[in-house]
Design a binder for this molecule. Structure first.
Ligand SMILES: Nc1ncnc2c1ncn2[C@@H]1O[C@H](COP(=O)(O)OP(=O)(O)OP(=O)(O)O)[C@@H](O)[C@H]1O
Ligand SMILES: [Mg+2]
Length: 212
């Protein structure tokens, strides 16, 4: 079983949006994928309730009970498990980092958001957890190449010696519309630009974890 944790101290970074999308893509690779919502806000529970499909399976749990849930998932031959976490919750994030094969750390590209991820990066380092920063909600590109905002964000992340995904997720209405409707961007706009971006992130993660 491969466990993908999603963590960031900052609220609104895009953790739950990315978790929901990766769970759907993981479920297409090997069903059922398991999505664990450890955030007391229960954002993914609401999203999952709106879905008609039964999979990915959703479990709501406290972060400290993750080991038991993951054991049960292993017994049921689940291949992919995605764990979403709450903001401002260092101890819950630590429980996620302990069990994850890869910890995704989403961040918006603004200075305040980037500043807030350094403690999460250091926490991952201290726990020897493999991490990957994902720039989310970046301003749309005009033409080819990265925008100045994205380039500046990458320079800050370089100064933290962070491992950063080479792609990025653009700020697109499709992401919020899809989540509000219990869907993924690919279900809402098959083959659209948003679906391609999240698909590229999934391919990177899948390749990395399967080659471990
Ligand atoms: N790439 C994106 N494009 C457009 N809107 C986005 C994008 N990513 C996230 N959002 C929106 O930003 C808001 C916060 O996203 P989300 O709930 O996924 O963040 P979070 O990190 O899980 O927040 P919290 O810390 O409260 O759990 C939501 O309204 C979501 O629809
Ligand atoms: Mg959330």
């Amino acid at each position: 079983m491969h466990i993908i944790g999603i963590a960031a101290q900052k609220g609104g970074a895009g953790k739950s949006t990315i978790a929901a999308h990766l769970a759907i893509l993981a479920d297409r690779d090997a069903s059922p994928a398991l999505l664990v919502d450890t955030d007391p806000q229960g954002s993914l529970v609401l999203w999952h309730r709106l879905r008609s499909a039964e999979t990915p399976i959703l479990a709501k749990a406290e972060a400290k009970t993750l080991p038991e849930i993951l054991e049960a998932a292993k017994d049921h031959k689940v291949k992919w498990c995605i764990v979403d976490s709450a903001p401002h919750a260092a101890s819950a994030i630590s429980a996620v980092m302990k069990v994850a094969d890869l910890v995704l750390i989403p961040s918006r590209p603004s200075a305040f958001d980037l500043g807030a991820i350094e403690p999460t990066l250091r926490q991952a380092e201290a726990m020897r957890a493999r991490s990957l920063v994902v720039l989310n909600a970046v301003p749309p590109r005009r033409g080819f190449g990265r925008t100045t905002v994205e380039m500046e964000a990458r320079a800050v992340l370089d100064s933290y010696s962070a491992r950063v995904w080479s792609g990025s997720i653009t700020q697109r209405a499709a992401f919020s519309s899809a989540i509000s409707g219990g869907m993924s961007v690919d279900e809402l706009e098959p083959g659209g630009a948003a679906a391609q971006e999240i698909g590229a992130l999934w391919t990177t993660i899948k390749d990395e974890l399967e080659s471990k």
